[in-house]
Design a binder for this molecule. Structure first.
Ligand SMILES: Cc1ncc(COP(=O)(O)O)c(C=O)c1O
Length: 287
């Protein structure tokens, strides 16, 4: 979310005296602009098997100033409750994070915790504490986050290029500027009105070994099961599996829609779909 939009949201909250819950687990995964990246020369770096950063976007993402200021940072009234998570930036499924809020709110949350979940997992807390305090320290933590942004930037760029190569015209998508997911809307063409198109596609994907999350469960406004969205994660799968998986997805879509991919262009053209929040968040790993 841009700084302009964040400021506008904060202004609305001020005007109507609203509290804001800033649930922002992808904050530290903000990524620079997309630039075409050579898949062959960067596969190892994208997998994190080397920390060498050779392309411009990776260098840019190492600058701390690419992080758009949080709503919390502009809060002058004590109306922002900020939620961060280690699940996306340290290890998936830690299910542990931190809350930044005015003291009187934290006290209430503490009581709520004690009377409901008791605590996030003690094992997760112990691991995180050990890593941050005794192993990495602040410098190590910052270096880890920068490395993560570099790796995800390369992965995102390669994934987008493969989408453009194999799915041009078959999907609409937006280039994510944070996080680890690419949202795609399937263009079923004449089959778009067919309520069975999406279930058949999900079935075909299962058969050809492509796993992405259907969009419907993420909707807060009751989209129907046939809504044609998929969420792909580029964080986990080997980079060299992107291309064969997306080629199989293209075949699956063609099998249902009868449409074939358009000739891919050299420059990636992101045809933007409805704005999705980075908080809409999983191909097979959600963190
Ligand atoms: C927007 C958003 N908030 C919160 C969470 C949960 O994070 P945690 O793993 O710390 O429970 C997720 C994870 O999927 C998420 O996408």
């Amino acid at each position: 979310m841009s700084l302009v939009r964040r400021k506008a949201i904060y202004a609305v909250a001020q005007k109507h005296n609203l509290a804001i819950i800033e649930d922002d687990p992808y904050y530290f995964l903000q990524l620079p602009e997309f630039v075409a990246t050579s898949a062959t020369s960067t596969a190892a770096a994208a997998d994190g098997t080397t920390s060498t950063t050779t392309n411009a976007s990776a260098a840019v993402c190492n600058r701390p100033q690419i992080l758009v200021p949080s709503l919390l940072s502009m809060d002058i009234d004590g109306r922002v409750i900020r939620l961060d998570s280690f699940s996306k930036i340290l290890a998936p499924n830690l299910r542990c994070g931190w809350i930044t809020a005015p003291r009187y709110i934290l006290d209430k949350i503490q009581i709520l915790n004690e009377t409901t979940t008791l605590q996030p997992s003690g094992v997760s807390q112990g691991l995180i504490s050990k890593m941050l305090n005794d192993v990495w320290g602040m410098d190590g933590w910052n270096a880890h986050l920068q490395e993560l942004r570099s790796v995800y930037t390369r992965r995102r760029n390669i994934f987008i290029q493969m989408v453009e190569k194999h799915l041009a015209g078959l999907v609409e998508y937006s280039v994510p500027m944070a996080g680890m997911f690419v949202w795609m809307k399937i263009n079923f063409g004449a089959a778009a009105a067919d309520q069975t198109a999406m279930p058949r596609l999900l079935d075909a994907m299962k058969k050809c070994g492509v796993m992405m999350a259907p969009g419907m469960p993420f909707s807060s406004n009751g989209l129907s099961p046939s809504d044609h969205y998929l969420r792909a994660a580029f964080a986990l799968v080997d980079v060299d599996m992107f291309e064969p998986a997306l080629a199989r997805l293209a075949q699956a879509i063609t099998g249902i829609s009868g449409r074939v991919p358009a000739a891919s262009s050299d420059a990636v053209k992101a045809s933007l779909i409805v704005p999705t929040s980075t908080s809409l968040a999983a191909v097979n790993s959600s963190g």
